[in-house]
Design a protein around this ligand. Structure first.
Ligand SMILES: CC(C)(COP(=O)(O)OP(=O)(O)OC[C@H]1O[C@@H](n2cnc3c(N)ncnc32)[C@H](O)[C@@H]1OP(=O)(O)O)[C@@H](O)C(=O)NCCC(=O)NCCS
Length: 201
C-alpha cells in the first residue's frame, strides 16, 4: 500500500491498533476526493452512491475543522445531511473511517455498513449487502488497495486484507488475507493466485 495522499495512510497500521485519525486538511483535498468519487460513479450527481460518498467526504472534512465554531457548524450541517442521505442510500459510513481514493459502490441498492475504525486503501470495489466491522471484540479490518468485496459478504475483526484481494459473493472473512489472493465461502477459503491480479481483470 502506498501513501498517496493525506487521506490514505494505511501502511504503518497494525490490525487492531486504534488508527490515528487522518483528516482531510483543506478544501482542495475535499474537492479532489469528491471529484474522484464523482468520476468513479459515472459522473452523475443524482447517483445515490456518489451522494453517499460525497456526504462521507464532507463529514470527514467537517469533523477535522480546527476552529470550534467552524467545526460545530460544519458538523451540524453534516449531521443534517446525513440524517437524510444515510437512510435513503443505506450506506452507513461514519466520517471517522479512513478511506483512500475512488471507493466504488457498484450497486447502491442494498445496505453497506462500515465501522469507524476500519481503514481502507484506494479503489475498493464494494457490492451491496456488505459489512466491514468488528467481530465480537475490538479491532476493525485494515484493507489494502484494489480490493473487491462481493455481494452479501462481510469482513470482520482485526484482520488485514492485502492489496488486490478478491472476496467472493457470500463470503465471511475473519482471518488475514495476503496480497493477490481470493477468499471465497463461509468460513472463507483463501486461495493464492499465480501472479498479481491486474486491474480490471
Ligand atoms: C470470488 C470471485 C471474484 C472469484 O472470481 P475468479 O477469480 O474468476 O475465480 P474463479 O471463478 O476461478 O473461482 C476460483 C474458485 O473459487 C470458487 N468460488 C468462486 N466464487 C465463489 C463464491 N462466491 N463462493 C464459494 N466459492 C467460490 C470457484 O468454484 C473456484 O473453486 P475451485 O478452484 O475449487 O473450482 C467471484 O467468483 C465472485 O464471487 N464474484 C462476486 C461478484 C458479485 O458480487 N456479483 C454481484 C453482482 S450483482
Amino acid at each position: 500500500m502506498n501513501d498517496t495522499g493525506p487521506i490514505h495512510d494505511t501502511a504503518p497500521l497494525r490490525p487492531g491498533a486504534a488508527p490515528p485519525y487522518r483528516p482531510l486538511p483543506d478544501l482542495s483535498d475535499l474537492r479532489a476526493a469528491i471529484r474522484g468519487d464523482w468520476v468513479v460513479h459515472g459522473r452523475r450527481l443524482s447517483e445515490p452512491a456518489f451522494l453517499a460518498m460525497a456526504t462521507f467526504r464532507y463529514g470527514q472534512w467537517a469533523i477535522s475543522r480546527r476552529g470550534r465554531w467552524s467545526r460545530a457548524i460544519a458538523g451540524k450541517t453534516y449531521g443534517l445531511l446525513n440524517f437524510f442521505v444515510a437512510p435513503w442510500t443505506r450506506v452507513f459510513l461514519p466520517p471517522q473511517t479512513r478511506i483512500g481514493r475512488d471507493l466504488h459502490i457498484v450497486h447502491c441498492e442494498g445496505s453497506i455498513s462500515i465501522h469507524p475504525d476500519a481503514v481502507i486503501g484506494d479503489r475498493l470495489g464494494i457490492m451491496h449487502n456488505t459489512t466491514i466491522g468488528t467481530n465480537m471484540g475490538p479491532g476493525a479490518p485494515v484493507i489494502g488497495d484494489d480490493v473487491f468485496i462481493g455481494v452479501n459478504s462481510c469482513v470482520l475483526g482485526a484482520v488485514r486484507i492485502g492489496d488486490r484481494v478478491r472476496i467472493g459473493a457470500n463470503t465471511a472473512v475473519t482471518t488475514d488475507v495476503p496480497d493477490d489472493c481470493i477468499a471465497v465461502g463461509s468460513p472463507a477459503r483463501i486461495m493464492p493466485r499465480l501472479g498479481p491480479l491486474s486491474r480490471g481483470s
